[in-house]
Design a protein around this ligand. Structure first.
Ligand SMILES: NC(=O)c1ccc[n+]([C@@H]2O[C@H](COP(=O)([O-])OP(=O)(O)OC[C@H]3O[C@@H](n4cnc5c(N)ncnc54)[C@H](OP(=O)(O)O)[C@@H]3O)[C@@H](O)[C@H]2O)c1
Length: 300
């Protein structure tokens, strides 16, 4: 089983390169080896590698920058996934692709299901939704996994930013009126491995259906709640010396950014849990495990 993993240096890609190891031969490629912005090169690469499974963990993820770089965001997040699906259809590969909670406008009062209508508020969300649609239009076997608020011990993310800021400032002001579920990249990768294994069996037995699934941690919090938990765990359980003693909740209006964000980013995961026989852990449990990894690295 040959697995082409595109974007092996991203948060999710890095973890996938480990979590998928028992499933086959992984060919991990970074941007210099396979560039999603080079559509001809991409077609050529897919043919060249001729993999059984294509996992696309690469994306244009700079949410605010995308507002000024619409063409680049759409090229990488919308056109390239369409090419991947086209190529997967030709070679018979299964395509696994990731999307985002930002396809929704956040006006719902409950967690979003796969059946809820998307209505992205920003260019990044629009480009990711267009990528989903390009894949769905193509007729290849695919799994699209929408996730949310991704963090990891490695890479650029909210967890790393808060640990850095909390070492420098006595007070932090963090947005408290956007809610969602922080999701550890390793959890995404390991859940993907379970999903992939079952999907391969379904494909072999003729029972596979392409589909869209929501994949995030259980439970919910705000960015403020997320920051508070990060600082609490670091101080109380890991004895880290941090300057921050107060984390003030602020409204989104007091922290203006180029891209609008949904107020409600919660994703309902019951479709995924039921189909694949899984149970997603709570966000705070997963966060504690991830932070233990960071603390361990720091002490060795
Ligand atoms: N981060 C989040 O909070 C979040 C939330 C919801 C959904 N998602 C989705 O989850 C997936 C994984 O995200 P992530 O957080 O792991 O992203 P990430 O850490 O930002 O990594 C993205 C990767 O994509 C690569 N990339 C960017 N442009 C590329 C191009 N033109 N060709 C090839 N590679 C390119 C980057 O390479 P370089 O290192 O060279 O830049 C990087 O390795 C994405 O589909 C994302 O949209 C993320």
């Amino acid at each position: 089983m040959k697995i082409l993993l595109i974007g092996n240096n991203g948060q999710v890609g890095w973890e996938l390169a480990r979590a998928l190891l028992p499933l086959g031969e992984i060919i991990g490629v970074n941007r210099s080896q396979v560039d999603l912005a080079d559509l001809d090169g991409l077609r050529h690469s897919i043919q060249k590698y001729n993999a059984d499974i294509i996992v696309n963990a690469a994306a244009y993820t700079a949410v605010d920058k995308a507002e000024a770089e619409q063409d680049a965001a759409f090229l990488i997040n919308a056109e390239a996934p369409g090419i991947l699906a086209e190529a997967a259809k030709k070679t018979g590969a299964l395509l696994i692709h990731y999307s985002t909670d930002y396809v929704f406008d956040g006006t719902s009062s409950s967690a979003y299901t796969e059946g809820d209508a998307p209505n992205p508020l920003n260019i990044y969300g629009q480009s990711k939704l267009a990528g989903e649609q390009a894949i769905q239009a193509n007729g290849a076997d695919y799994l699209i996994l929408r996730t949310s608020w991704v963090y990891a011990a490695r890479g650029h993310n909210f967890l790393k930013s808060i640990l850095r800021l909390a070492a420098e400032h006595e007070q932090l002001n963090i947005v408290a009126d956007q809610i969602g579920s922080p999701t550890w990249a390793r959890l995404i990768a390991e859940t993907t491995a379970h999903i992939l294994r079952q999907s391969l069996l379904e494909r072999r037995e003729g029972g596979f259906n392409s589909g869209l699934y929501h994949l995030s941690s259980a439970g919910e919090t705000s960015w403020h709640g997320f920051a508070r938990m990060i600082v609490d765990v670091a101080k109380q359980r890991q004895n880290r010396v941090l300057k921050t003693h107060t984390i003030n909740p602020i409204p989104t209006a007091d922290y203006p950014l180029p891209a609008k964000r949904p107020a409600n980013s919660r994703l309902a995961t019951s479709h995924l849990e039921q189909h694949f026989g899984l149970k997603m852990p709570t966000w705070d449990h997963a966060l504690t495990l991830c932070m233990a990894d960071i603390a361990d690295f720091a002490h060795h």
